[in-house]
Design a protein around this ligand. Structure first.
Ligand code: GDP
Length: 365
């Protein structure tokens, strides 16, 4: 479940990626996955863990994490093999969702590849490359499906019709994620691994001065928001350079700087939360004296599979889950009080986990 950071050159991708890796490296208190140079693992900020840490006087606090993949080098003509073209497109194929960074900061000293700052043109440049790449995939698939359909294969005929529809949509320069599909069609589309069917989050990279003046809704940001709204995507506004600086500071310095910019929290937190949502992820929590911890699951996961995140033995021997919602637990003031007031529910193997469930799994060893 990786996110790929894409965008044209010189728009602040590396700056943002550096902020992510530095922020990640600082909080050593979460489980690392294998780390490659272009993968940034970052803790998912969760204030609920701080509250639970105090409530339980826990010795350890463990955040969950997500991975960002730096996909630099996407340029105009990539789908035709320009630059390192196809290599980058294949990297995008490997990620579940896309974080598309666009330049909304003016700075004469930083050259724009197309000579001026125009985030919509930039978005369309990248999107077009992805559209071209998808059309190419479809053309190849259509050829195969055509042969099969001619030989009377019914399934191939259904697929053929759908692929024609997808291709026509792409030829109107529209990404597949904006096409309404039935559940059956979605299954087929998932199997095609198209780049433009992946969910996208736009990151509007603004300059420090916009932040300082309190005017983050600049005309360029507004344009990006209007564009994103058309395709039901979200926009996070961030100043990548400030984020990079923040990620190197200790807590006290960080708070001072946030205050100076009138920010409640780093923009990176907003980006991480929006990315988590984009991936369709939620967190359930476990709490005890030893450790308070957040665990990542896909929205819709049932209790036994969630238990399996902790240990496969717990999934195998699953009996039930004892669950209290985070809000209820806080309202009660302690685990004992929540139990006394009957706020814990007993849930079986068909229970669909919710974000913020505080859970104790019962299982046979
Ligand atoms: P990339 O090619 O997209 O990875 O772009 P970089 O992250 O290398 O950034 C290109 C240039 O833009 C660098 O000189 C950055 O310092 C500058 N830059 C990136 N983000 C910001 C920002 O938020 N504000 C300003 N003023 N400059 C930025």
């Amino acid at each position: 479940m990786k996110l790929g950071i894409v965008g044209l050159p010189n728009i602040g991708k590396s700056t943002l990626f550096n902020a992510i890796t530095k922020a990640g490296a600082e909080s050593a208190n979460y489980p690392f996955c294998t780390i490659e140079p272009n993968v940034g693992v970052v803790a998912v900020p969760d204030k609920r863990l701080d509250v639970l840490e105090k409530m339980y006087s826990a010795r350890k606090k463990t955040h969950t994490s997500i991975e960002f993949y730096d996909i630099a080098g996407l340029v105009k003509g990539a789908s035709k093999g320009e630059g390192l073209g196809n290599k980058f497109l294949s990297h995008i194929r490997e990620v579940s969702s896309i974080v598309h960074v666009v330049r909304c900061f003016e700075d004469e000293n930083i050259v724009h590849v197309d000579g001026s700052v125009d985030p919509i043109r930039d978005i369309e440049t990248i999107n077009l490359e992805l559209v071209f790449a998808d059309i190419e995939v479809l053309e190849r698939r259509l050829e195969k499906a055509n042969k099969l359909a001619r030989s009377g294969d019914k399934k191939a005929k259904t697929e053929l019709e759908l692929m024609e529809k997808l291709k026509a949509h792409l030829e109107n320069n529209k990404p597949i994620r904006t096409l309404e599909l039935t559940d059956e069609e979605k299954v087929i589309v998932d199997g095609l691994f198209l780049l433009t069917s992946k969910p996208v989050l736009y990151v509007a990279n603004i300059c420090e001065d916009d932040l300082l003046s309190g005017n983050v809704e600049t005309p360029l940001v507004q344009k990006v928001k209007a564009y994103a709204k058309e395709e039901n995507s979200e926009v996070v506004t961030i100043c990548a350079r400030l984020e990079e600086e923040l990620s190197t500071l200790d807590d006290e310095e960080k708070n001072e700087m946030l205050q100076e910019y009138g920010l409640e929290e780093p923009g990176l937190n907003k980006l991480i939360h929006a990315s988590y949502k984009l991936l369709g992820l939620i967190s359930f929590l476990t709490a005890g004296e030893q450790e308070v911890r957040a665990w990542t699951i896909v929205n819709g996961t049932k209790a036994p599979a969630a238990a399996g995140k902790i240990h496969s033995d717990i999934e195998r021997g699953f009996i039930r889950a004892e669950i209290v919602t985070y809000d209820k637990l806080i309202e009660c003031g302690s685990e004992a009080a929540a139990k006394e007031k009957g706020c814990y529910r007993l849930e079986g193997k068909d229970y669909v986990m919710q974000d913020g469930d505080v859970v104790l799994f019962r299982f046979n060893v």
